[in-house]
Design a protein around this ligand. Structure first.
Ligand SMILES: NC(=O)c1ccc[n+]([C@@H]2O[C@H](COP(=O)([O-])OP(=O)(O)OC[C@H]3O[C@@H](n4cnc5c(N)ncnc54)[C@H](OP(=O)(O)O)[C@@H]3O)[C@@H](O)[C@H]2O)c1
Ligand SMILES: [Zn+2]
Ligand SMILES: [Zn+2]
Length: 352
């Protein structure tokens, strides 16, 4: 074992603060990565504050972070795809059983015994896994991803969660040229959704509660922007969408969006508000519409997404911050005030 620098929270009401954590010695299949950038996902905040306590209670101390890019520092003897000095990335998953039907289908994110990057039982060291708000991590080669060399690293980090979480449902629901696609909530996930839908050739409409994001939405690739608090603007789009991606982190009226779907249209929830959402049966019945969810993506599809981003030169729009500003960043996330993802420059942790 060795010590790594990290930022952790001691309880649901404590701020994140500097600490040291143990990382395992490398097994033959492991890759050790010096973390250069880690994105801040709203799921980090939900977890730090134990907002999902009924589904996945937080074990403290928690070291969040699952949007990791860095440089390989060491590899185990059986590792073939990574060498010291090369770039590597890690997302939300770091292990699974590899044998269940989900894993066999390349959908490790649904494996009943998957290990998440943070707040999951740690099979090697006991306790729980510690995530990317740290300067070093050790991960099994099967869960390490390749970063296209043309991408800016600070902007590439958020692809590992915000990117795959929006890319995967768009592929599953066949977002293609000329489909009408709605994106609800222009945050970290939402802005990646706009970029992917635009790159896939769709007609993209952004629904936002923040009038000041209108210009940005158009620049990111939206064809139209709707201020969702304006009922007249909403009405104009009734019954018109093939697919809507809902990436809102807080309680909101989902029926307003279901009503915007055309016949057989689909609304996929990726946002994960703590409280259940009320769904009107009639919105679904009328028009045979469907409501579904989606959870990140498997390793194979995450690599496909990264390669797609390399080919289309897609990264997240990031505000790069030192780790010392993480608590302030969380407060801004709660106010929907981020353009459009915080990416922590992990060099800052060395100055602690
Ligand atoms: N399914 C998955 O696999 C998965 C993966 C990652 C994250 N998530 C979840 O997805 C959600 C979004 O994550 P994120 O990192 O993109 O968060 P984020 O950057 O904070 O963005 C959330 C956006 O939701 C909108 N919003 C916030 N509060 C709202 C309210 N009260 N009413 C209506 N809209 C509101 C805001 O957009 P506007 O300003 O445009 O209105 C905000 O920018 C979180 O719940 C997160 O846990 C799920
Ligand atoms: Zn995330
Ligand atoms: Zn499995």
């Amino acid at each position: 074992m060795y010590n790594a620098n990290a930022y952790s929270a001691a309880s649901a009401t404590s701020p994140l603060a500097g600490t040291t954590i143990a990382r395992r010695d490398l097994t033959e299949h492991d890759v050790q990565i010096e973390i250069l950038f880690c994105g801040i996902c709203h799921s980090d905040l939900h977890s730090v504050r134990n907002e999902w306590s009924s589904i996945m209670p937080t074990v403290y101390p928690i070291v969040p972070g699952h949007e990791i890019v860095g440089r390989v520092t060491k590899v185990g003897s059986a590792v073939t795809n990574y060498q010291p000095g090369g770039l590597a990335a890690v997302g939300c998953l770091i292990d699974s059983d590899g044998t269940c039907p989900q894993c066999k289908a390349g959908l490790e994110q649904f494996c009943p015994s998957l290990t998440l990057t943070f707040n999951s039982p740690d099979k090697h060291l006991g306790g729980v896994t510690y995530g990317g708000y740290s300067d070093s991590i050790v991960v099994d080669e099967r869960f390490v991803l390749r970063v296209p060399s043309n991408l800016d690293l600070a902007g590439a980090a958020p692809l590992l969660c915000a990117g795959i979480t929006t890319y995967s449902p768009m592929r599953h629901w066949a977002v293609t040229k000329d489909k009408r696609v709605g994106i609800v909530g222009l945050g970290g996930l939402g802005h990646m959704g706009v970029k992917f839908a635009h790159a896939l050739g769709a007609h993209v409409v952004v629904f936002t509660t923040s009038p000041n994001k209108k210009e940005d939405a158009l620049r990111l690739g939206a064809n139209e922007v709707v201020i969702s608090r304006n009922p007249d603007e909403m009405k104009k789009h009734a019954g018109s969408f093939d697919f809507i991606l809902d990436a809102v982190s807080a309680e909101h009226d989902i029926n307003a969006y279901i009503n915007l779907l055309r016949r057989d249209g689909n609304l996929t929830l990726v946002g994960a508000p703590a409280k259940p959402l009320g769904v009107s049966a009639f919105g679904l019945i009328m028009g045979r519409r469907s409501l579904s969810g989606s959870n990140i993506g498997g390793i194979r599809e995450t690599q496909e997404m990264l390669d797609f981003c390399g080919a289309h030169n897609i990264t997240a729009d990031v505000e790069v911050i030192p780790i010392q500003q993480v608590n302030e960043a969380y407060e801004r996330l709660l106010k929907a005030d981020v353009k459009y993802r915080f990416s922590i420059d992990m060099a800052s942790i060395k100055s602690e």
